[in-house]
Design a protein around this ligand. Structure first.
Ligand SMILES: Cc1cc2nc3c(=O)[nH]c(=O)nc-3n(C[C@H](O)[C@H](O)[C@H](O)COP(=O)(O)O)c2cc1C
Length: 182
């Protein structure tokens, strides 16, 4: 994968794809599915993620302060749903779903080779975890697989059905107020 600037995290997340969150706790990698996320700030790049205490990943993220947000494409659709319907407390999901864990550079959580992009994050703020299960993550590195043929992302409609990424509408020449963005 080619590395791109951490400041460009919003280019990947503003469209709101369903994502996978990896963690590593006690040397064991785990992965969960997450739809509740949002960009919070451009610089330094911050992402808000809702990860509930019912998830095994909650404890891993709370204890290690590190995770990777991996962005799957349409070819992983069924796997994405299955990952969100079983828990790392009883299943080795990397093995069960045939995912390839690759070492990240800054965090202990693994990258997922089968994903379009991987965003290395550290927990930057926990002040709203108790109230909203909302972790504020700082983006440290981003890795993009530029060789993939399938690049359509999945957008969760909240009930296990998804909108599949479609065409692109290029209105960049109208973004006159925002030319300075990276
Ligand atoms: C499509 C989909 C979206 C989900 N979104 C979230 C989410 O935003 N936050 C969350 O805490 N759990 C979410 N889940 C549930 C977790 O993925 C699920 O509880 C998972 O089993 C947690 O895995 P873990 O116990 O190994 O951490 C989602 C599940 C699915 C299928």
């Amino acid at each position: 994968m080619k590395e791109i600037a951490a400041s460009q995290a919003y280019r990947l997340l503003e469209p709101g794809p369903i994502v996978l969150v990896t963690t590593s706790y006690d040397g064991k990698p785990n992965v969960m599915t997450m739809g509740f996320h949002m960009m919070i700030q451009h610089a330094p790049p911050l992402i808000g993620c809702v990860i509930g205490p019912w998830d095994h990943s909650y404890q891993a993220l709370s204890e290690t302060g590190e995770c990777v947000i991996a962005i799957p494409a349409l070819d992983l659709a069924e796997t994405v749903v299955d990952i969100g319907n079983c828990s790392g407390d009883s299943v080795d999901k990397f093995q069960r779903f045939g995912l390839t864990a690759r070492p990240a550079k800054t965090v202990s959580a693994p990258l997922i080779a089968e994903c379009l992009a991987n965003i290395e994050c550290i927990v930057a703020d926990t002040t709203v975890v108790d109230t909203y299960n909302l972790f504020i993550l700082a983006v440290k590195r981003i890795w993009i697989d530029e060789t993939r043929e399938e690049t359509r992302t999945l957008h969760h409609r909240g009930d296990g059905s998804f909108t599949i990424d479609g065409g692109t509408l290029d209105l960049r020449d109208r973004m006159v107020k925002w030319r300075h963005l990276p």
